[in-house]
Design a protein around this ligand. Structure first.
Ligand code: ADP
Length: 297
């Protein structure tokens, strides 16, 4: 399956230009859509699930315009919106059963089987009879993913699923998604948390103020930051000067002053070692440094 986004723009009626000429492609696997709040991630996702029309541009699935084939798209789509909530007092299994009917699972017996299979997969089988709106935050989110997965969708779109989850739940969530990705599906995950973009992602896109600033494999983003991340050992007076000059990733007090990790295009004149960047460093390099530098050129 191939999803293509071509020349996508979204301008809201108040003039907010939320997406600026976005071009992107997704195949099968997990794709991360990363960017700070307000970058345009939700706008892009709402367009992709046909809840909203773009101002211009087109999204196709296997060559078909999703606006013209909404019904077909929706039948192969699972969506977990950012503000997923329960307004019902249904039990956990009943909620999922209801989602299953909406997703087109007509046969009751098969649906019940599917409900329990999914509850097991997301670790909610033990609370299947608990009222859904009494589940913990993390459990609700897992029920949210289960409702997005019911009916075997081929495209799964999840918008900021890990916000507010503790680290355990976040890892659990990631594992559920990577298990799912073994089934020849496309999963698109939006997040402002860099740690959600893992090596299991086939690709990632970085959005900033409506613009696509990077797309490719996570390791390529990391590669671009190579040679630009440094650990400096600074005295207190050096630190005061350096923190104004560099984009600082982290600061640790040490015996004689400060150990500071920074991104920089030039090799710092201070006592330093060059660090092998991880994805968090690469994100800071891109968002805090490279974009600002490009803008001021
Ligand atoms: P993200 O999901 O990355 O936080 P959004 O897509 O929600 O970003 O928002 C992108 C931009 O569009 C922001 O500046 C936001 O304020 C604006 N925006 C989002 N929804 C609307 C709307 N319904 N009307 C006007 N502006 C909006």
């Amino acid at each position: 399956m191939k999803i293509e986004i071509q020349g996508l723009n979204k301008i809201y009626s108040n003039g907010n230009h939320a997406l600026k000429d976005i071009n992107l492609e997704f195949g099968t696997g997990i794709f991360g859509l990363l960017g700070p709040n307000g970058a345009g991630k939700s706008s892009l996702m709402r367009i992709m699930v046909t809840l909203m029309k773009p101002t211009s541009g087109i999204v196709t699935v296997d060559g078909k315009d999703i606006q013209k084939h909404r019904k077909q798209l929706r039948s192969m789509l699972g969506y977990l919106p950012q503000d997923f909530r329960f307004f019902t007092s249904l039990k956990t299994w009943e909620f999922l059963d209801y989602s299953g009917s909406l997703a087109g699972l007509k046969n009751r017996k098969e649906r019940f089987r599917e409900v329990d299979r999914l509850l097991e997969q997301v670790g909610l089988l033990e609370v299947r009879d608990r009222q859904a709106n009494r589940l913990s935050g993390g459990m609700k989110r897992r029920l949210g993913i289960a409702q997005a997965l019911i009916g075997n969708p081929r495209i799964i779109i999840v918008d900021e699923p890990t916000t507010g989850l503790d680290p355990d739940e976040r890892i659990r969530f990631r594992n559920i998604l990577s298990q799912m990705s073994e089934n020849d599906v496309t999963i698109i995950l939006s997040t402002h948390i860099v740690g959600d973009i893992s090596s299991t992602c086939q690709g990632m896109a970085l959005l900033n103020r409506g613009e696509l600033v990077f797309s490719g494999r996570p390791e390529n983003l990391v590669k671009q930051a190579e040679g630009h991340v440094f650990k400096l050992n600074l005295s207190s007076s050096e630190y005061d000067v350096a923190k104004e000059r560099f984009d600082v990733i982290s600061t640790i007090p040490v015996d004689e002053g400060w150990e500071v990790q920074v991104v920089s295009d030039d090799i710092p004149e201070y006592n330093h070692t060059t660090i092998t960047p991880n994805i968090e460093d690469a994100y800071v390099y891109y968002m805090e440094h490279k974009i600002k530098a490009d803008l001021s050129e």
